[in-house]
Design a binder for this molecule. Sequence first.
Ligand SMILES: C[S@@+](CC[C@H](N)C(=O)[O-])C[C@H]1O[C@@H](n2cnc3c(N)ncnc32)[C@H](O)[C@@H]1O
Length: 325
Amino acid sequence: MLAVEGVHKPVLRAEVLALAAVRPGERWVDCTLGFGGHTSALLDAGAHVTGLDQDPAALAAATRRLEAAGDRFTAVRANFRDLVRVVEGPVDGVLADIGVSSWQLDQAERGFAFSARGPVDMRMDPDGAVTALSLLQTLAEAELAHVLADFGEEPFAGRIARALKTWALGEGPHDTTRMAQVVAEAIPRKVAATLHHHPATRTFQALRIAVNDELGALDTLLEAAPTLLAPGGRFLVISFHSLEDRRVKQTFATLSGRKRLQAPRRGLPPPPAPEPDFELLTPRAVQAGAPEVADNPRARSAKLRALRRLSNATAATTPAPRIPA
Ligand SMILES: C[S@@+](CC[C@H](N)C(=O)[O-])C[C@H]1O[C@@H](n2cnc3c(N)ncnc32)[C@H](O)[C@@H]1O
């Protein structure tokens, strides 16, 4: 077994495998290789996997760990927004486990975490043009407040934006620990005392999403991946917050014909829906059970959704995968 031990536990591994229903020899793309946990599981099931990651450090580590797979595994440094440019279809499956890995979060020098002192960076791709600090320095205060409200659902976005602008344009020190303090001090003390999370959690999430244009990349992926699928091909997405999951849910509902078409004019019935090309494999998002959450707290917010391209031939011969109870 090509197990990747310790460093990164792939979330919902059993559920991914059940929905992926890999047959030996199938071609899969893992859009978020990370430490190769899910890829390792797909390889064990007999797939050939192309693994994409925009972080060269993750790519190098996964490549070393998956060496035993030989030519069944190919690593490509790319943003998954470029999927159709770097992968030639058709493929039997596409998997995306989006966001940052726990390994990236733990590397203080990447600047993702408020719990460790590091540069105010947050780039998944270290060659990316924008760091969290440059974003804080260049965005207007009102734009920054929008970022914090939209991507972090931060109720004190205005106050935090004002404090962060002053700090980012000042003398510093400009590190993650100081930034977390600045955010905490901008939130009314009474409110901060009642929070179940660190007061800077939402701000860090929002800035990370903005720095890496995570929602833009996801939108492009959701449009592109279904076009690459062979008949019977599966598309699985794991997301970690509602902004992402909402997009996945709506796209999958539309593609599988679950979303009613809009009426052309008020009072008129909606047009008859065309036969969908896709089947929804997860009427509800699949979530981790209590044992997995106890073992890996990050799994608590993971939501897995899956879609399959229909074809008369394959739809008739491929049994629907079953999720383990
Ligand atoms: C949650 S981790 C994936 C972990 C992986 N499934 C495993 O089992 O080890 C997400 C990974 O995807 C990468 N990533 C996130 N967004 C990306 C994007 N738009 N394009 C390419 N890679 C991306 C990150 O650099 C990170 O290594």
